[in-house]
Design a protein around this ligand. Sequence first.
Ligand code: PEP
Ligand code: MN
Length: 339
Amino acid sequence: MVVIMKPHFTPEQLQEAIQAMKAGGVQVNISKGAETTVLGAEGDAARIDQELLEQLPGVERVMRVTEPYKKANRKYHPDDTVVPLGGGAAVGGKKLAVIAGPCSVESAEQITCVARAVQKSGACALRGGAFKPRTSPYAFQGLECQGLELLQKAKEATGLPIVTEIMSTEYVELFEECVDVIQVGARNMQNFALLKALGRRTTKPILLKRGLSSTIEEWLMSAEYILAGGNPNVILCERGIRTFETFTRNTLDLSAVLAVKTLSHLPVVVDPSHACGKAWMVERMAMAAVAAGADGLMIEVHNDPKNALCDGAQSLTPEQFQGVMDRLAALAPCMGREV
Ligand code: PEP
Ligand code: MN
């Protein structure tokens, strides 16, 4: 249940409404937006006296939230959430957040060289996998802890915050220490033990990728796990879903961007690299994502895509990435954004 306060409610009227909700056995989340203040019931709202609430002088309207996600729901939190990434960067505001870097960290030279290049082109954060979820156990699995160290070196060299994927709850504290944004990969979107740990044991921003065959509601319910655990910093990432089409690696669901921006207050970024699997498609799909209302992008960039240990076919060279940033700079103002 959410209670929408009148525009000029008094502090006493606010307390009155909160008390009436608490009397129904729930905790109350207060969301003070630019235009409206909304009180959200946390817990089972069945015992709240709706009629009584509706008659209170400071209350404009009372709504039952029928969707199963509550904290992720825009009804709870009408204003867009802005998630800080570190280094002064944020996602969810007017400025588009472009996260770029290789699929995997391969060496100190590689990650630092790519970090410098993407920073020069205007990326606000560096991505790079240290722990890689690979379909084959014989494929390169990532440099693991050494990869985290190399990411930190690249951060020291550039100041860019680092985004990297976590695969197990055992690493939450380590990631808390040395990572700026923790990525949950598509394959782990419904790893509920991991989601709970990321809700309870850290407040670092979580970049939650959509599962390969997850519905929008399932994706938002996964975000809900993290929010319910107490971590408010969730960024959603649309990275394509599995369909019958085989030409592209996945099918980029851009309508999902619009859907989640309407249903939820959480920021959304789009990963055109994993969605298409083809470097030549990335620029146009990145632009389409911005036109669809994405708050940012995550793009794979490699200094030598042909010899990349992972996802070379979809990785841009630093020069190609610069080209994408130039096109985005031209497009952004049309969408009320900046780069
Ligand atoms: C990645 O970002 O490197 C990755 C593995 O992506 P996804 O989980 O979307 O497949
Ligand atoms: Mn990849």
